[in-house]
Design a binder for this molecule. Structure first.
Ligand SMILES: O=C(O)C(=O)C[C@]1(C(=O)O)C=C[C@@H](O)C=C1
Length: 304
């Protein structure tokens, strides 16, 4: 059975529904969902990892590397559209207390400031959790910013829809399991890893980046996250195009292993958009094989 960041009606729940109709377990935080994977209560969990407006989901980026290693098995990308939902009888002009997930608040900030200027926005654990709270008749919150499905699930009335400041936003979710064999290469893959710098010195980030640059590996996301040890100590959470079994990616990982004290490999998996990377001349597996054969031939007694 799979777990997900719930309760029912979160965007994560919608993402999960795109891959299975089977029964699934809701957890009220990303940490609880991932811990359930670690202790084997569920065989995997779906959690949010990146939003096109707000960037990386820190809770997920941090929890993936805290504790027993986990691996990303698949990615799911869905559009995120928000509405404002309240108990029956509440009018838009009456809304003073809004409850929602921090990422959702950030994506609707301008709309909320313009349309409910007197409202105070409070962060909830999730958008659907906010809807469930607003549905309680005695709740101190007047409205929730959430998906339409959450508004419906908790019996709320829609006061407004498509209130996001950036139409067309998408959120990327990942299905995470226990670390195990890497998923098969599809030719349209992504690899996620976390690299730690040796020590704080000029060019440390460049050393990491050049491992990819010189091998023609394109990065699709890079974010610094605190290592949680001392102030100013950071690691880098990175997504790259390609699979561990692509020679250019495997070699880049070898390079990282040489220059970084610690590298977490978090999995190679099929891209949701199935788009294949443009591999420049000289970086295909054939080019690597030809180069290796040539180097080997240099030591051959039969050469020239
Ligand atoms: O609260 C939810 O509904 C979630 O699935 C979480 C989450 C997020 O973490 O970004 C997912 C998509 C939206 O961008 C807002 C919230």
């Amino acid at each position: 059975m799979l777990g997900y960041f719930g309760p029912a009606g979160t965007f994560t729940h919608q993402a999960l529904r795109t891959i299975t109709d089977d029964e699934a377990v809701a957890f009220s935080s990303v940490r609880e969902a991932l811990d359930a994977v670690r202790r084997g209560q569920v065989r995997g969990a779906v959690v949010p990892i990146e939003n096109s407006v707000e960037g990386g989901v820190s809770a997920t980026l941090d929890e993936l590397i805290a504790g027993e290693p986990l691996a990303i098995r698949a990615e799911i990308v869905i559009p995120v559209e928000f509405g404002l939902y309240a108990r029956e009888g509440t009018r838009l002009e009456d809304v003073r207390q809004v409850l929602t997930h921090g990422h959702a608040a950030a994506q609707c900030r301008q709309w909320l400031a313009e349309r409910v200027p007197l409202a105070q926005v409070t962060e909830a654990g999730s958008t659907a959790g906010a809807a469930a709270e607003v549905a309680r008749p005695e709740s101190r919150y007047d409205a929730a910013v959430c998906a339409r499905v959450a508004g419906e699930t908790y019996g709320l009335t829609e006061l407004a829809y498509a209130i996001e400041d950036n139409p067309g936003a998408v959120t990327r979710f990942v299905e995470v399991g226990k670390a195990g064999p890497v998923a098969d290469r599809t030719g349209a893959d992504k690899t996620t890893l976390v690299a730690y710098m040796r020590e704080d010195h000029s060019g440390a980030l460049l050393e990491i980046l050049e491992q990819f640059a010189v091998r023609g590996v394109n990065l699709t996301r890079i974010e610094s996250r605190p290592t949680k040890t001392t102030l100013g100590s950071y690691c880098f959470s990175i997504d790259v195009e390609g699979h561990l079994h692509d020679k250019r990616v495997g070699e880049a990982l070898e390079g990282l292993h040489r220059v970084c004290p610690r590298v977490h490999f978090l999995g190679s998996y099929a891209r949701a958009d199935q788009s294949r990377p443009k591999i420049a001349d000289g970086f295909t597996d054939d080019s690597y094989d030809a180069a290796a054969a040539w180097v080997e031939s240099l030591g051959s007694p039969y050469l020239g």
